[in-house]
Design a protein around this ligand. Structure first.
Ligand SMILES: C[S@@+](CC[C@H](N)C(=O)[O-])C[C@H]1O[C@@H](n2cnc3c(N)ncnc32)[C@H](O)[C@@H]1O
Ligand code: SF4
Length: 302
């Protein structure tokens, strides 16, 4: 389907969900493995003892399920997606498979510790938790230099950064936004806050500090810095009193659990959620023009 046909799906989807009240995901996060080459201080996903790589067949079934629910965009998550293997297959084969099945685009989130030139993903999000030492405080020694080398060599046109802000890197937000703006490799940065999944509660910022940082981000945004988060979405995250519509993204976890939304709801931690997608999804349903514009910009470039 061409881009125009794809874009036409969005208003239809919005009508069905906002007007007819159906809960249909538009995007899916599919965890393909919990194998990882890092042990980041804020992360509760990696599994070094008994890592699981899903089979291609299992992932195909899961993608079919997501499509049947209405989803058209998929993000492959891990663990580290570039470590995934099934025989000779790599995550590139999964991206091709997803598009041939009907997904409009496929994105990958990576720690950029392995070369990823030749990736066929429509867009790649590189986790960047600071510049130099602040990134390494969370991700370990040598991780920043490897990230810089691999983003310089990847040849990806659609490469962006994702920062998860927590108690260890909150002071590095301004520097990281400026680093991305000056980088010839990154298009933009998406900012998220730590979500206190069990065992990582100590990494979360207190609400006042979080608000302070959102104000700082809004200031950078106003000055034209390449920040993916929309103003409306950020304001919702700052005030934290918005109606959540997180069912816009469904999740399939490494153990195969199919969840119609992020596991934060079942864990009862929505009030302290740091995933700014929550604010963006709420703003989309209210047809906030700046959020729609940010979303379309993202999707059209893919
Ligand atoms: C779990 S990682 C998997 C992909 C890849 N290994 C990476 O690091 O990019 C996906 C993203 O989730 C972020 N993340 C992990 N735990 C988080 C948490 N508790 N709150 C917010 N973001 C988190 C990571 O920083 C990363 O950007
Ligand atoms: S690289 Fe990603 S999956 Fe691995 S430990 Fe870090 S955040 Fe978790």
């Amino acid at each position: 389907m061409n881009k125009l046909g794809q874009l036409a799906y969005m208003p239809l989807w919005w009508f069905e969900t906002a007007v007819l009240g159906r809960r249909k995901p538009l995007q899916s996060v599919v965890f393909i493995s919990d194998r990882c080459n890092l042990s980041c201080r804020h992360c509760s996903v990696y599994n070094h003892q008994a890592p699981v790589d899903k089979s291609t067949e299992q992932i195909r079934e899961e993608l079919e399920f997501c499509l049947s629910q209405g989803s058209r965009f998929v993000d492959f998550e891990g663990g580290e997606p570039f470590l995934w293997r099934d025989g000779g297959r790599t995550v590139n084969d999964l991206c091709r498979m997803a598009r041939s099945m009907g997904f409009y685009s496929c994105t990958i989130t990576t720690n950029a510790q392995l070369p990823f030139d030749g990736s066929v993903a429509d867009s790649i999000w590189v986790s960047l938790d600071g510049v130099g030492e602040s990134h390494e405080r969370i991700r370990g020694k040598g991780t920043f230099a490897r990230l810089e080398k691999n983003i310089a060599g990847c040849g990806c046109r659609n490469l962006s950064a994702n920062m998860a802000v927590n108690v260890l890197n909150a002071d590095a937000v301004a520097e990281t936004i400026e680093y991305v703006a000056a980088s010839p490799y990154f298009r933009m940065i998406s900012l998220n806050f730590h979500t206190p999944f069990p065992g990582t509660e100590h990494m979360a910022l207190d609400p006042d500090r979080k608000r302070e940082i959102i104000d700082l981000i809004l200031g950078y945004k106003k000055r034209g810095y390449p920040i993916m988060n929309s103003r409306s979405g950020l304001r919702k995250m700052r005030d934290n009193r918005f109606r959540r519509r997180c069912w816009m993204t469904n999740f399939i976890y490494t153990d195969g659990t199919r969840s119609p939304q992020c596991m934060g709801e079942s864990l009862g931690i929505c009030d302290s959620c740091g995933f700014c997608m929550a604010g963006e999804e709420s703003a989309i349903m209210e047809l906030r023009p700046d959020t729609i514009f940010s979303g379309l910009k993202l999707r059209i470039k893919e």
